[in-house]
Design a protein around this ligand. Sequence first.
Ligand code: ADP
Ligand code: MG
Length: 463
Amino acid sequence: MMAESRDRHSDLQSQWARVRARLREEFGLAAYRSWFRTMTLVDMRDGRVRIAVQTRFLRDWAAQHYADRLRGLWMAENPEVTAIEIVLGASGSPALEAEAPAAAPPAREVADAPDDKDVGATLDPRLTFENFIVGKPNELANAAARRVAESSVEAGRVVPYNPLFLYGGVGLGKTHLMHAIAWYIRTHDPSRRVIYLSAEKFMNQFIRALRFKDTMAFKELFRSVDVLMIDDLQFISGKETTQEEFFHTFNALVDQNRQIVVSADKSPSDLENIEDRLKSRLGWGLVADIHPTTYELRLGILQAKAEQMKTQVPAKVLEFLAHKITSNVRVLEGALNRIHAQTQLVGRPIALEGVQELLQDLLRSNDRRVTIDEIQKRVAEHYNIRLADMHSARRARAVARPRQVAMFLCKQLTPRSLPEIGRKFGGRDHTTVIHAVRRIEELRTNDRTLAEDIELLRRMLET
Ligand code: ADP
Ligand code: MG
């Protein structure tokens, strides 16, 4: 028993070594040093690999940005692995300590950028404008971010809008655009002082300054930058003292004609528990929202990322993913990482059937879970017929057509098979369902009203 667990453990260690080697290749030495070198393997239980890091900040960052990739690489090494958990601090079990890489103090590791004096966050090297795919939903935000970046390094700098306020749902690229601005300025004019940090970190720094009676230094620091970027401002909702400090910082910077970029999950006026005067200031510049992704944008992002990873993914598979995973880009990336790992593992491109199996959990959580019952109910309401007519044998056009529409939507929006659908419609045969689906497909190409009805119903059901 003991020997077996020891073996298992050394297997895990060598897998971990290979995973780290891959990380080093993929992210380059600098990023590897900042993010991965001090990580230690804790253990694996029930397919869950636990990895320890030494600071909360590292943990959150790694969990947010690298957990998917870590999992992908682990899965390629060991198919039993299903999840990665990044935990705080434990220096691991005694047995592991000997093998843990010599760790430099993490604080120094994180602050590898000379100009952010430990206050900002490290920039992720992958989050550049070059790697940002532009489509309808994000074109305004992207153009505004570029404009800000470019003007910040021009000779007779003008601040085009102050602040630039980016908002949108989770995983739609706000942080990406902010890092991209910072990278651009850093590469084009390293003398400019750019600070990027989350609102949470801003607050923590402020609290620390208060505690150590060091608020002068804090104020000086934040008021001496050329560009200040605060991510996820909603975090300071209800935190009045921090808001007040931010308000003053904001005004001081605007007065000196310095650029401010802020992101949040809502527009300034919709932010809750943020002081009115701050909300109104936030709306002074350009407010650019990032809309939910469209199919085209998702496909574009997938194609670009697959190419970057140098992974062969059949076009059909990419289309399938773009179609199925609509929640946010991070999930999309996670799916692709998993496919990448799997492709490497088996040594050939993955087929569509394989993808469905591989991504079962992701696809399920992305399912809008529309049920046949719901569809029948909505369609009946829409056409003003009785719900019972969905199951009845009546063939009058007034009920038969809506019934066909409902069958069509069931086929489109649920994973149910044709016989299953038939059964739910008063025990009809699957050929009846096929007929209905074809009929509606035919009709809607010429019948504008029908096409609009279907589109409307689909939208109602999907949200
Ligand atoms: P947010 O800050 O809005 O929650 P992020 O900027 O962290 O979202 O984006 C989540 C992930 O999706 C990141 O890895 C980011 O690189 C990627 N991503 C989002 N939008 C795009 C895009 N348009 N092109 C390429 N990658 C994108
Ligand atoms: Mg973000």
